[in-house]
Design a protein. Structure first.
Lengths: 252, 200
């Protein structure tokens, strides 16, 4: 049976991790390869690198980061942030990424999703959606890292992304992101039960119970988190044991 | 030992090569018929579409050399799409013939399932195989695919996986093997399978 996935997310800026675990047993908390290896040992199912490098002159560093990570850590790696063209996606995949996550460019140019799916297969193409609740059962899509509101409904956009060839949705609740109050269960369920591709829930995770809730009630296929691994001493293994005891099928 | 990984432009050779190196072997990246026939073992990786892969292999003039190699009794491992192209054809690219070492068809998962089949799933051994020597029971491997292989002769299936139904996870006509999951992304279990292939 397919396991539900637990996915740590690392923000990478100019080749250094700027959000991630600060456990003292790491020699260098800012080194993405070191952190990837740490999460690998903890039993993470996959890793997401979100490249938040703003300045163009440092943007190519991510390719080296991905290559060095893929040389040493034999687990799936998704990379998002700043992907605007098929060529950007190809360079990341050739560097060793297994999947690329497209957000702003996917909405501005949905044909990019189709082009990437044709070239690399749907299994390599993740569409990342940042959504904010506007009324009961309705969520609006934002781009540019949450700064620009679009006149687009999140559920409709998820369905279109699937139609265009996305193989997975990375769904972030902007309302919950950073709150550690738990995932937006209604949003996750609304999308996960409508699309026929896996959905990674993101935003708001603060404790093990939130993972259970988003798998059991949100019907998420995977759950992404950052700060729960960052500030608290909640290891992935502990979280997986907690989930397994409660009947969620996880890889242990 | 000469171990070759075939570079036909289909995806990520680097991870496979690095995983092979991690197992203590050296892989040569090869792309010509001559190189194929010089190898002792070959890995055919692959992600992307069936039709693209077959036309890339044909353009590089590799198809005859691959068939000759596989009939020579030397170990061969197809991974993911590299396994699917060993079958007769695929619903992904109708009308495009595969290499047909394993008679059978590659089909799309039914619509009631989430497709791709993406993530960690357990394999169920159907018969003993040197490829899975030492692999624990109910071991998890990483899968990422929308199509699955359906052999005509079920005897070639050495492992299955359960995705609301039983699907082919690995096939063999020794020493030719095909695996649907990605050993290079399956942590210690995957490295064990690669090591088993390398030390065959």
């Amino acid at each position: 049976m397919l396991a539900r996935r637990i996915i740590p997310c690392l923000d990478v800026k100019e080749g250094r991790v700027v959000k991630g675990t600060q456990f003292v047993n790491l020699r260098d908390a800012g080194d993405p390869v070191e952190q990837a290896r740490f999460y690998d040992e903890q039993g993470a199912d996959e890793l997401v690198f979100l490249d938040i490098t703003a300045s163009a002159e440092y943007r190519d560093i991510i390719y080296d980061v991905v290559a060095h990570t893929a040389e040493q850590v034999f687990m799936p790696l998704t990379v998002g942030g700043g992907i605007r063209t098929v060529a950007d996606a190809r360079k990341l995949l050739q560097s060793g990424a297994d999947k690329i996550a497209i957000n702003t460019a996917a909405l501005q140019e949905p044909e990019l999703v189709a082009a990437c799916a044709r070239q690399f297969g749907s299994q390599a193409v993740v569409v990342a959606i940042d959504a904010r609740r506007i009324s009961a059962g309705r969520w609006q899509v934002f781009i540019h890292g949450g700064r620009t509101a679009m006149d687009v409904d999140a559920v409709q956009w998820a369905l279109e992304a699937e139609h265009r060839g996305a193989g997975e949705i990375l769904l972030t609740s902007m309302d919950r992101d950073g709150t550690r109050d738990g995932y937006d269960i209604d949003l996750t369920r609304a999308i996960s039960t409508r699309v026929n591709i896996p959905v990674i829930a993101s935003g708001g995770c603060g404790e093990a119970a939130h993972f259970f809730d988003v798998f059991e009630n949100g019907k998420a296929d995977a759950a992404l988190a950052a700060s729960v691994f960052h500030y608290r001493h909640n290891s992935i293994a502990e979280i997986k044991n907690y989930l397994k005891e409660r009947g969620i099928h996880v890889r242990i | 030992m000469n171990l070759g990984i075939i570079d036909y432009g289909a995806g990520n050779l680097r991870s496979v090569a690095k995983a092979v190196e991690y197992c203590g072997a050296t892989a040569q990246i090869i792309a010509t018929p001559r190189e194929i026939l010089h190898m002792d073992k070959i890995i055919l990786p692959g992600v992307g579409a069936f039709g693209h892969a077959m036309s890339a292999l044909a353009q590089l003039d590799l198809l005859d050399a691959l068939k000759t190699f596989m009939q020579s009794g030397k170990p061969f491992l197809g991974i993911c799409l590299g396994m699917q192209v060993l079958f007769g054809d695929s619903e992904e690219s109708p009308g495009v013939p595969g290499i047909n070492i394993f008679p059978g068809h590659v089909r799309r998962f039914p619509n009631h399932l989430k497709v791709p089949h993406l993530g960690w799933n357990q394999i169920i051994p159907e018969k003993s195989s040197p490829l899975f020597r030492g692999v624990p029971e109910e071991a998890f491997f990483y899968f990422a695919h929308s199509y699955y292989a359906h052999p005509v002769q079920s005897e070639c299936i050495i492992a299955t996986t359960d995705y609301q139904g039983s699907y082919t996870a690995a096939t063999a006509r020794e020493p030719v093997f095909g695996i649907q999951f990605h050993p290079e992304k399956s942590q210690s279990n995957g490295l064990l399978v690669l090591n088993n292939f390398i030390t065959l």
